[in-house]
Design a protein around this ligand. Structure first.
Ligand code: DC
Length: 228
């Protein structure tokens, strides 16, 4: 019995995967799930309750109490992440959250709890899920797996533009330090590290527009009869 496939999109921060994944989901009529937002939500709630970020047990306990849900807004069609019945979306991109999130994402028990929800969200198929470990850990059976990369300078410029669009300004050197720190934590952590799944199609987005990347992914999905 065939069901709608799932699409896994992984890659480092600033590789453009959020914009691409959202657009791919829109074009295919799939549900878009941003797993980074879930790690950010745990971080935001930990900051709000003044949890000590070096206390892994406390971070794990806090994460375990969170009930995640995806809420679709009828007017805009956007799907937003809610935690314990609260829309936390406006708080997820703050500098404090961005600075601490890699530490939270390195806690195995936090990952375990979030991965359970991520698999639940993808259970019925028809999901475009983006993150770092989707093709390797969360959805190893996803029919389509993509890994997006881009040079560090391109990634920094992209994030700088996003922040400026929000009326925020961050020094390029500060941002570079944050990216290098997060990349390092993401690649080296023991559970769910950032890694290319063996079957993933790697797309270097350094010199491609969002539309070009989206077209490549959508074409591949539409022209293929589907895999595992
Ligand atoms: O994609 P992002 O920048 O919003 O991700 C925020 C953090 O969460 C980043 O440090 C990597 C981490 N993350 C993760 O460890 N696993 C995922 N599946 C998604 C994000």
């Amino acid at each position: 019995m065939s069901r709608t496939p799932n699409i896994a999109i992984d890659g480092p921060a600033g590789s453009g995967k959020s914009t691409v994944a959202r657009e791919v989901a829109c074009r295919l009529g799939f549900l878009y799930v941003d797993t980074g937002a879930m790690y950010r939500a745990v971080t935001y709630l930990a900051l709000r309750s003044s949890v000590d970020f070096s206390d892994e047990a406390a971070l794990a306990a806090l994460a375990r109490k969170i009930k995640f849900s995806l809420v679709r807004y009828l007017k805009s069609g956007h799907v937003l992440l809610w935690c314990n019945g609260e829309d936390v979306t406006p708080y997820l991109r703050s500098q404090e959250v961005s600075q601490q999130v890699a530490r939270v994402a390195a806690v195995p028990e936090v990952r375990h709890h979030l991965v359970k929800y991520q698999r639940l969200f993808a259970k019925g198929g028809g999901v475009v899920m983006e993150g770092r470990d989707i093709g390797t850990v969360v959805l190893p059976d996803a029919a389509y797996k993509f890994f997006l990369t881009a040079s560090l300078e391109v990634r920094l410029a992209r994030r700088e533009r996003e922040l400026m669009a929000q009326g925020r300004h961050v020094q390029r050197d500060e941002l570079r330090k944050e990216f290098i720190f997060r990349d390092d934590m993401d690649r080296k952590r023991e559970v769910g590290p950032l890694k290319v799944a063996p079957e993933a199609v790697v797309i270097d987005c350094s010199d491609l527009s969002v539309e070009e990347v989206v077209n490549r992914i959508v074409n591949r999905v539409e022209t293929s009869s589907g895999g595992g």
